[in-house]
Design a protein around this ligand. Sequence first.
Ligand SMILES: C[S@@+](CC[C@H](N)C(=O)[O-])C[C@H]1O[C@@H](n2cnc3c(N)ncnc32)[C@H](O)[C@@H]1O
Length: 295
Amino acid sequence: MADVSAHYDGSAPTYHEQYDPEKIWTNADYPANFYRLRKVIDRLRDAGAQSVYEFGAGEATPMIRVHEALGIAVAANDISPEMVRLGRENLQRHGLDPALLSLLDVQDEAAINAEVALRGEFDAVMALGVIPHVEDDAAFVSAMSRFLRPGGTLLLQFRNAMFSMFTFNRLTKEFILDEVMAPIPQKFRDAVAADLDSRLAVDKPPIRTWDKDAPAYDEILARFHNPFELADVVRAQGFGDISFHWYNFHPTYPMIGGQFDPREYREAQIALEADTSWRGMFLCSAGFIEARKSA
Ligand SMILES: C[S@@+](CC[C@H](N)C(=O)[O-])C[C@H]1O[C@@H](n2cnc3c(N)ncnc32)[C@H](O)[C@@H]1O
């Protein structure tokens, strides 16, 4: 398993591009994080947060945009030295104190203790694109909670395991066998496994083998989460009032997306970002949990 920090050191110089409104149509990859950030800002506004602490802030564009949109206090951390270096420059360029971004590993308890002592409590805490990379979900949510006042708002992004029920590929097979059928006797699971091989595109997505300068996203720990199980983890850490928000919509399953005019396909994706129904649980490859810390 490649190193998460090295991966993000490699992507740091171009990371800001996904937040550039000029590049929404020209970026090769769908600018999912652009829409995620808009939804996050809406949730913080609705919650009336006057301050937010961010885990894994990257090169600081989200904390700067949140500050500019809502005029609220921000502080954050990240494990990647290159993200933090660029993030501090970014903060300074926008008239914010570079020291608002700390270099630390959120899985290091001593580092979290020191950061809590330095920063204090906030009205909201958020982690966007970070829990896929950590080993222990409960410890991660518990660490987030330490930055939050009672009654405060938690925003926790995750890669959506339920999306595999709409991909009809290897991920679907794995989810059905390992999760949906987990309590079912092996004999039945074996039969379903053999049957699914003839029904699903089990050769997709391809497992990447080529070399790159930095380890690719599919070479680092980048877990999917079952939204129901993650909500249980959040609840067990003393949170209630839990809701899901979905983003990164897919009008078709990805493997036939290439059949369509790219502009038309992207227009359909963007239009779907306004959908707040249950469909997001299946059409979206990612989402975030919103929850309130018990008073
Ligand atoms: C997908 S990026 C998202 C960056 C930012 N939150 C955003 O939305 O633009 C995930 C970030 O989490 C950071 N990260 C991953 N594991 C971490 C850890 N254990 N401690 C602190 N930061 C971490 C990475 O370095 C990276 O900058």
